[in-house]
Design a protein around this ligand. Structure first.
Ligand SMILES: *Cc1c(COP(=O)(O)O)cnc(C)c1O
Length: 361
C-alpha cells in the first residue's frame, strides 16, 4: 500500500484529480521557464497575473457567468463569508431570511444575527436535517435583503434539487461542497460563495461570485478586507491572494473541461451517486436516512444502525484502501464524499466492498 494512492473519501480537504497533481508536480520547481515555482512568485508579476487572468476566464466560462458579476478569489474560507454576507448585504433593509438545512447554514444564520434581524425561513432540524424543505414550506419575507441557503449539506448528505423562488429578494448560496458539479444559472443569484477545498483546489482559497450592483452598501464597520466593493475594485488583490490555490484551480478547470465541463460532470457525478445509493438500498445491512429527492450526489451518508458494525466497516474499508469513510460526529455512521475528482472506479470498487461486507456480516 505504501506507495499507492488510496481512494480518499474525505469530506474536505479532499481528492484532487491525479492529472492535476502530476502537472503541478512537473511544474513545481520551474513554472513554464520562469525559473521559479508558482509558490515563489510575486503576485504582481506578469507571470502570475497571467495565471490569475486565465483562471478567472476559465472559471467564468465553466459556470457561464454573465456580465454584471465579479468573481473574487479571497481567503478566510467559506466561514468568513458567514460574516461577509450580512456585513455587505443586510444594510439595505436590516433583515434577511435563512434556510437552516444543516450545520453550516446554522452557523451562518447564527453569525448573521449579529448584524440584523434574521428570520429562519425554513428548517429541517425537526428530522435531523434528513430532507430539504419544499418551496411551499419557505416562509419568505419580501422585505428581506437576501435569502440565504446552503446548496449541499456536506455533513448531513442532503442537496437542494431546486433553486428557491424568492421574487425580487436576492439569493445567496453557499456552494462549497457542490460547486462545479452541475450547471448553475448564476443570473438567479446575488452572491454565490465556496471554499475551494471540496471541489476546486487546496484549502486557502474562497471563490465569491458577486452581482456587482449589490456591492458597495456594506455596514460602516465592515472590516475592509471583508468588503466586496474594495475587492471588486482591487480585482481580489488588495493584498496577496492565495496564489498557489488559484494556480491549482486553473489546472482543475482544465481537467474539468476535459470531462465535458459542468454538464459532463453532472452526468458523471450523478452516475457515481446512483451506484452508491442503489447498493445501499439493495443491501441487507445498510440504510441511508436521507429522504429520496433530497439525497446529495456529493456526500453519501449511510449506516448499519449498529455502532460496532459501523466501526468494523470503517476499519476494514481503510485497510482495503478506502479512506476517510467515518461519518461526521453529528451524524455518526459512514459518509462517502464523492466529489468531482473521485474516479468512477473508486465508487465501483467501494460498491463491491459494500456488497462483500453485506454478505459476510
Ligand atoms: C466545508 C464547508 C464549509 C466550511 O468551509 P471553511 O472553508 O472551512 O470555512 C462551509 N460550508 C459548506 C457547505 C462546507 O462544505
Amino acid at each position: 500500500m505504501e506507495n499507492q494512492r488510496v481512494f480518499n473519501f474525505s469530506a474536505g480537504p479532499s481528492m484532487l484529480p491525479l492529472e492535476v497533481l502530476q502537472r503541478a508536480g512537473a511544474e513545481i520547481t520551474n513554472y513554464q521557464g520562469s525559473g521559479m515555482s508558482v509558490m515563489e512568485m510575486s503576485h504582481r508579476s506578469k507571470v502570475f497575473q497571467k495565471i490569475f487572468d486565465d483562471t478567472q476566464a476559465k472559471f467564468r466560462a465553466a459556470l457561464n457567468i454573465p456580465e454584471g458579476y465579479k468573481v473574487l478569489f479571497l481567503q478566510g474560507g467559506a466561514s468568513t463569508q458567514f460574516s461577509a454576507v450580512p456585513l455587505n448585504l443586510i444594510g439595505t433593509t436590516g433583515k434577511a431570511d435563512y434556510a437552516v438545512t444543516g450545520n453550516f447554514s446554522k452557523l451562518a444564520c447564527k453569525e448573521a444575527q449579529k448584524y440584523g434581524a434574521i428570520s429562519v425561513a425554513a428548517t429541517s432540524e425537526d428530522k435531523n436535517h434528513t430532507y430539504i424543505p419544499a418551496q411551499e414550506q419557505l416562509k419568505l419575507d419580501p422585505e428581506a435583503a437576501y435569502f440565504y441557503y446552503c446548496a449541499n449539506n456536506t455533513i448531513y448528505g442532503t442537496e437542494w434539487q431546486y433553486v428557491p423562488e424568492t421574487g425580487a429578494v436576492p439569493l445567496v448560496c453557499d456552494m462549497s461542497s457542490n460547486i462545479l458539479s452541475r450547471p448553475v444559472d448564476v443570473s438567479k443569484y446575488g452572491v454565490i460563495f465556496a471554499g475551494a477545498q471540496k471541489n476546486m483546489a487546496p484549502a486557502g482559497l474562497t471563490v465569491v461570485i458577486v452581482k456587482e450592483e449589490l456591492a458597495g452598501k456594506e455596514l460602516p464597520y465592515t472590516p475592509q478586507m471583508l468588503g466586496y466593493k474594495l475587492m471588486i475594485d482591487k480585482d481580489s488583490m488588495n493584498n496577496t491572494p492565495p496564489c498557489w490555490c488559484i494556480y491549482i484551480l486553473g489546472l482543475v478547470l482544465d481537467w474539468l473541461e476535459s470531462q465535458g465541463g459542468v454538464a459532463g460532470m453532472e452526468k458523471i457525478k450523478h452516475g457515481k451517486a446512483k451506484l452508491l445509493y442503489d447498493a445501499i438500498d439493495a443491501s441487507r445491512l445498510f440504510t441511508c436516512a436521507v429522504e429520496p429527492g433530497s439525497r446529495s450526489d456529493m456526500n453519501v451518508v449511510f449506516r448499519t444502525g449498529d455502532e460496532a458494525l459501523d466501526a468494523k466497516f470503517v476499519a476494514e474499508a481503510t485497510a482495503a484502501g478506502f479512506t476517510n469513510l467515518k461519518g461526521h460526529r453529528n451524524v455518526g455512521g459512514m459518509r462517502a464524499s464523492i466529489y468531482n475528482a473521485m474516479p468512477v472506479e473508486g465508487v465501483e470498487k467501494l460498491v463491491d466492498f459494500i456488497q462483500a461486507f453485506d454478505k459476510a456480516n
